[in-house]
Design a protein around this ligand. Structure first.
Ligand code: ATP
Length: 138
């Protein structure tokens, strides 16, 4: 069996994941990327989305992340995210309310560009949280 790679997912508030995994997929701003043990070192910014990984026992996991940075080393991937949540930690009602608020803002006729970007980001975050919360495992 292939060697594992260490995955750390950290937010300003807490460590969300710290475990040995088989493969990590992350939402880079230039596109999703995958990391296996022995990968060439690189840095990437992350967009709102999901980090997916297969744990050491072969279980597929999904974590919500709302932008940040990833550092890949041959034996370790570190993800620094503004916020990150496992499936079980996602508050569905809160995400549903955030989705509705963002949809209402986006439906308003006149809006500044800055408000539009904020509302789009809030919408994306809520949609990914709902998607992760509905996933089978996490
Ligand atoms: P909201 O509009 O509901 O506050 P948000 O997208 O503005 O959501 P963030 O700024 O991404 O929230 O996160 C602030 C904190 O709240 C973080 O600790 C994040 O993990 C947590 N959080 C936000 N939404 C949820 C949720 N639906 N379930 C669990 N934790 C959440």
């Amino acid at each position: 069996m292939a060697e594992n790679i260490r995955l750390e997912i950290v937010t300003p508030e807490k460590a969300v994941v710290s475990e040995d995994v088989q493969i990590v997929m992350a939402p880079g701003t230039l596109g999703e990327f995958g990391v296996l043990v022995g990968h060439t070192p690189f840095l990437s910014t992350l967009k709102v989305g999901t980090v997916r990984y297969t744990d050491a026992d072969g279980n597929d996991r999904v974590i919500f992340v709302s932008s940040g940075f990833a550092e890949a080393l041959p034996d370790k991937v570190t993800i620094l995210a503004e916020s990150a949540e496992r499936r079980r930690d996602i508050d569905l009602e809160r995400a549903q309310s955030a989705l509705e608020r963002a949809q209402e803002r986006l439906a308003m006729e006149r809006k500044e560009e800055i408000d539009y970007i904020r509302a789009r980001t809030a919408l994306e975050k809520a949609m990914y949280r709902l998607k992760v919360a509905g996933a089978k495992r996490g």
